[in-house]
Design a protein around this ligand. Sequence first.
Ligand code: PMP
Length: 366
Amino acid sequence: MKPPVSEAILSITPYKPGKPLEELAREYGVTDAVKLASNENPLGPSPKAVEAVRKALDNLHRYPDGACHDLTAKLAEKLGVSRQEIVVGNGSDDIIAMLTRAFLQPGDEAVIADPTFLMYEIGIRTSGARVVKVPVENLGIRTDAMLEAVGNRCRIIFLCNPNNPTGAVVTDAEFRRLLDGLPPDVLLVVDEAYMEFVRDPQCANSLELRRITDRAIVTLRTFSKAYGLAGLRVGYGVMPAWVADVLHRVRQPFNVNALAQVAAVAALDDTEFLEKSIRCVHEGIDRMQAEISAMGLVCHPTQSNFFLINVGRSADDVFEAMLRQGVIVRSMRAYGYPTHIRVNAGTPAENERFLSALKRVIQEGS
Ligand code: PMP
């Protein structure tokens, strides 16, 4: 006899991260592999952040600042909000989990796009709430359809902008329509993990739009992508102070480690690194998309640091074949796209490695 586990928890499929480089080395003996599967920063961490971490090492015996004072103060100043409107997390994953834990109860509903980032569904199910999925159309999130899907048990809408894994954005006009129709008792969570990479001027910016509404908007941002700190785990949410107050009740007291805090503060000052990272991603995306289109494959437009490619055959097979070439990408089969892979921009050398591996795999398979 075992302690019982609820159906809600048993219905969860565990999150499957991009294959780690170490695993490829263990399984395939490939030691010079290239990983373009987790949308990480190709240039590494900001050198200023690395220096800040070095300086903080002597104090590892102390608990971190549970209030993240310096980081929230810096973010508040940069974003023009108060410290009370910011919650920092062990990655933005942590804030997604706090939101679903605090705002959803069994029987409630939350609306998400399909496909979108998997952690929303995991959080919703963990709370025993029902996931309402609204399929994307031509890879774009349909905000009007999401609004139509809001019933009276709905408590949260998760909007991923740009959306992972599709790379498409919600426009300012679509966002305003969503705000107009949003019932006041529904929390709108806008995950802008990739916002730094957006080039489309029509893309909605929730940090600006929150100023023109009394609806409860939570904007999620992360240091894992453009700021290059995925390994330290730090992200944040900007939200009405009353929502922050609710999250602090369920937040672990020391959820953001000491090294992550100092690194994030330093990274915010390193605008040169940030700009270089964004430039590297844009150049990488443009080069890869041009080459892949020339191979006769369909690349989907993106506003992010990754994009989808229709490889016209089993994405799982292409994923495996690419692994053997030492290049890690993602198969999108589990997301409902059995012939699509997702790849993120790497360094110029990594991008060339990817392109020649893909060429080989496609030629061998045809
Ligand atoms: N949101 C989206 C859309 C993401 O793709 C990711 C990372 N894959 C996250 C949130 C989580 O980011 P973090 O590393 O800050 O937990």
